[in-house]
Design a protein around this ligand. Structure first.
Ligand SMILES: Cc1cc2nc3c(=O)[nH]c(=O)nc-3n(C[C@H](O)[C@H](O)[C@H](O)COP(=O)(O)O)c2cc1C
Length: 212
């Protein structure tokens, strides 16, 4: 089958893109409300796009009534947010944070999550999360029904047990993020595998300049 995206209605585009581009990592995004509450919302239109500069991107749509989500309003006002990664232990709390609470609700408290104080920005991070990235807005790209938030990571908290003994590389037995597939379907990373590319010389003789 073939789908003409220039003719397809938004719901159809959403269905196809989210059904087939996956698994998508989940950012549990924490922000600070104008009244000082901790706001939290999961976003799976999310990924890291660069390490130099260190840039993460979120795609946030308005609510069904057209209003901006609290996450966007807070990010516009403060220029700051935290991306907390989500594993199975946080899955239920993540879903609670995805419910449409008003901006006056402290969503970390509502979900039973502990708040930690960030070092470089005035937002709380999820102390129970395997890792959390403190971000400052690098730029916002506004579309009529979407804002792309480019954030520069300025600080990262990693739970000690998610790292190896030297504190350098991930411990894959402990850090097993969940990711979103289609609809309410998710996947966890408890069946990891190692894939190594064969040497290029198995296929061709590369020029000397390209040999490692
Ligand atoms: C797993 C998951 C992923 C989600 N991803 C997104 C997303 O990428 N963009 C978005 O606008 N909403 C997304 N949502 C919906 C928001 O989390 C939801 O609208 C939330 O209530 C927004 O909260 P806020 O008003 O506090 O910002 C997602 C929900 C779930 C459960």
């Amino acid at each position: 089958m073939e789908f003409d995206f220039t003719a397809l209605e938004p719901e159809g585009r959403y269905r196809l893109l989210t059904n087939f581009v996956g698994p998508r990592p989940i950012a549990l995004v924490t922000t600070r409300s104008a009244a000082g509450h901790d706001n939290a919302a999961p976003m799976s239109f999310f990924n890291v796009f660069s390490h130099d500069p260190p840039i993460v991107v979120l795609g946030i749509q308005p609510r069904l009534n057209g209003d901006e989500k609290d996450t966007v309003a807070n990010i516009r006002r403060t220029g700051e947010f935290v991306v907390n990664m989500v594993d199975m232990a946080l899955s239920q709390q993540m879903l609670i944070c995805g419910l449409g609470f008003g901006s006056e609700i402290d969503e970390l408290k509502m979900a039973g999550l502990r708040a930690g104080a960030c070092s470089k920005i005035g937002v709380s991070y999820v102390a129970d999360a395997p890792c959390s990235m403190e971000c400052r807005v690098e730029r916002l790209i506004d579309y009529p029904r979407r804002v792309l938030v480019l954030g520069e990571v300025v600080n990262m908290h990693v739970r000690r047990d998610c790292l190896d003994a030297e504190g350098r590389y991930v411990n894959p037995d402990v850090y097993q993020p969940i990711a979103r597939l289609h609809a309410d379907n998710y996947i966890t990373s408890d069946r990891q595998l190692v894939l190594k590319a064969p040497p290029i010389s198995d296929f061709a003789n590369p020029p000397a300049s390209r040999r490692r």
